[in-house]
Design a protein. Structure first.
Length: 646
């Protein structure tokens, strides 16, 4: 069974589209009504009417853009929007420039091996070996953060770009072409190369006099891969459920994989999120009932990249079944210290973590907003137990002690954060949770019992730095047959964005008020979309609000027209009832647009294009004359050196 999955096909059929939550839809079936935005009613704005929740949505009313909030005054968007594109090139507005940068395989450290397509043991003599790959930028760029290396102006010209590598396209990785590597066997070197192309890259970069950015050959450059030594910390560290034969103490796991979105802490560390780890294991028969239930709830199995054929760590046996429980965490990395050991922060829960957006409360507590990206999964937040500065001064990590919550969205526009705390409510030994460590390893199952609201694939979260409003992208869900308030379309083909304000503006609060920011799609009401046709998009995924509250929306999936793209929104302005949006960037053939970072001066924008040519048809970026399509960062600047987006 497990050997019949072609990883390339598996990548095409997004595993997040398949549910593994048995408790999903019915919870709110009886309240499948349109959400009337209470805030909008109070503000005298547009009111959502009930009754449009059918499978053929036409002109649904919706509550968008509460007036009077956010950026009154000067419009945030000053560029001329671009049309959709099907070209195999990156397009940005007039007056902007986009250049590919640090593509997969860029020499990064050690011997600085040049990129050469293919793997020798896959039948491509002269291609990069597994060892080469460990010294090069990884594959399939995703979330990223820019860390300045200086205060002031120089910090916007010299820094560390830290980026995730979400998965590998084994076709291009092993053969260098849109051609299967799977005959007849998968070698140990192929598996090792695949593992070395995963994880995170730390890349020192600087802006040259010419205005171009360049990689610096620096001792700070680093690769973190599927085999890097890590630590487990927090309540699940050392727990019985994370102990393995190779690590009987359950504290020293190896590697991070499927690193999707990201976050950054106020103390200058990077957070990387382990998403689709579940597909990388083979589960042997004979598992006990408890383990079958746990692995089933996370969808573990499939041996998507054939690692299990060569690396026993990725085989779940009846007697050594806990390796998958050591993935699905948020991992903290100190990018300034190349020898530092990355730490898996178990207090933030175990899910298919999309991203981790950090916000600091007025009292100095850190709050981390997180989505679990699969159909009918949940939105979470973690709140540290104390002020982050005082916790750190006492030698404690603010990410090890605190409360994890899961969101329940009620149809009256309010919501509640439900604590995942052992001993509270149903989270007791009688229900299979012996202690807090078990609650965290089984985060999804604990959230099921609490009655969290099943969502349409929660992807990135974002916090408006000026108003504190929190946003989450719900990318799509073609399995939804029963609506609930925050997920009003059945099926949800195009995705949408929900947002909320925490009670009293306190991000540690346990209640909130939410509304629908927008419903994506072809626009002008088609399929229920609440945007204008000229701004059409689908499958919102990456999301970030910049220091001016400009919202950047990145897409991954079916678009009404053309390639995946990135749009900017002024979240507090509407035009004819639709939020003000402008298309800023269109990606190349087959890519998704994901990951975003800016220099502090907001004059250089970094955006990632992942999996160009996923089904063939792309040779981007070709900046080295090679035709193999390669994920890469795009560096966007303005010809006049101005702030991006204005
Ligand atoms: Fe890694 Fe849900 O995208
Ligand atoms: Ca994503
Ligand atoms: Ca996605």
């Amino acid at each position: 069974m497990t050997q019949t999955i072609d990883p390339h096909t598996a990548a095409d059929a997004d595993p997040d589209d398949l549910p593994s939550n048995p408790s999903s839809a019915p919870a709110f079936a009886d309240v499948a009504r349109a959400r009337v935005s209470r805030r909008s009613v109070l503000a005298g704005g547009m009111v959502a009417a009930a009754g449009f929740l059918t499978s053929s949505l036409v002109n649904p009313p919706v509550a968008v853009a509460t007036p009077g909030r956010g950026s009154a005054g000067r419009p945030l968007l000053g560029f001329r929007p671009i049309p959709p594109s099907t070209a195999d090139e990156v397009v940005v507005p007039r007056g902007y420039r986009a250049r590919p940068f640090i593509p997969w395989g860029t020499p990064l450290l050690g011997r600085y091996p040049e990129f050469r397509p293919g793997t020798p043991s896959a039948g491509v003599p002269g291609g990069n070996t597994a060892e080469d790959q460990a010294q090069q930028v990884g594959m399939h760029h995703d979330g990223m953060t820019y860390f300045p290396l200086h205060a002031g102006r120089k910090g916007s010209e010299h820094g560390l770009l830290v980026l995730n590598h979400e998965y590998t396209d084994e076709f291009y990785l092993q053969t260098g072409a849109y051609q299967s590597p799977y005959a007849p066997t998968y070698t140990a070197e192929m598996v090792r190369k695949s593992q070395n192309a995963h994880g995170v890259s730390v890349v020192e970069i600087e802006k040259k006099r010419s205005g171009e950015w360049a990689l610096v050959r620096s001792r700070r450059n680093r690769r973190i891969t599927a085999n890097t030594e890590m630590e487990l910390a927090g309540p699940a560290a050392g727990h019985e459920l994370v102990r393995t034969a190779a690590d009987p103490q359950g504290r020293r796991p190896l590697g991070t994989i499927n690193n999707c979105g990201n976050g950054e802490t106020p103390w200058g560390t990077y957070l990387t999120c382990e998403e689709n780890f579940n597909g990388y294991f083979r589960v042997d028969p004979g598992q006990n009932e408890e383990n079958s239930e746990l692995q089933g709830r996370y969808g573990v199995g499939g041996d998507r990249n054939r690692w299990a054929t060569q690396d026993p760590r990725f085989v779940v046996t009846p007697t050594d079944a806990n390796e998958p429980n050591r993935f699905g965490w948020v991992v903290e990395i100190d990018p300034f210290s190349p020898e530092s050991v990355p730490v898996k922060r178990t207090a933030l829960g175990r899910l298919k973590h999309e991203d981790a957006t950090v916000h600091v409360t007025k009292g100095g507590r850190v709050v981390v907003y997180m989505g679990d990206d699969q159909v009918f999964e949940y939105v979470y937040k973690f709140v540290s137990s104390g002020n982050w500065r005082s916790m750190r001064s006492r030698g404690k990590s603010p990410l090890d002690e605190g409360t994890l919550y899961v969101a329940r969205f009620d149809d009256d526009g309010t919501g509640t954060w439900l604590p995942l705390v052992h001993g509270q409510g149903p989270l007791t030994a009688a229900n299979g949770f012996a202690d807090q460590g078990e609650v965290l390893v089984k985060t999804r199952m604990a959230a099921d019992l609490l009655g969290a609201t099943p969502m349409d694939r929660p992807e990135w979260t974002a916090v408006d730095p000026r108003t504190g409003t929190v946003y989450v992208t719900l990318t799509n869900n073609d399995s939804r047959s029963e609506a609930n308030g925050p997920n009003p379309r059945t099926p949800n083909l195009w995705g949408h964005i929900v947002r909320w304000d925490e009670q009293g503006g306190d991000h540690a609060a346990t209640s909130f008020e939410w509304d629908l920011f927008l419903l994506a799609g072809p626009g002008d009401g088609v399929d229920g979309s609440t945007i204008k046709a000229e701004d059409s998009f689908g499958s919102p995924d990456g999301l970030w609000l910049d220091p001016d509250s400009r919202a950047w929306i990145q897409t991954d999936g079916t678009q009404p027209t053309g390639n995946n793209q990135m749009l900017a929104a002024d979240p507090y302005r509407t035009e004819g009832g639709a939020p003000e949006l402008r298309r800023f960037l269109t990606g190349v053939v087959g890519c998704e647009v994901t990951g975003i970072a800016m220099t502090p001066d907001q004059r250089t924008l970094f955006v990632n294009l992942q999996h160009p040519g996923e089904r063939g048809g792309s040779t981007w970026p070709q900046n080295d004359g090679l035709a193999t399509p390669r994920s890469a960062t795009v560096v966007v600047t303005r010809d006049d050196g101005g702030v991006i987006g204005t």
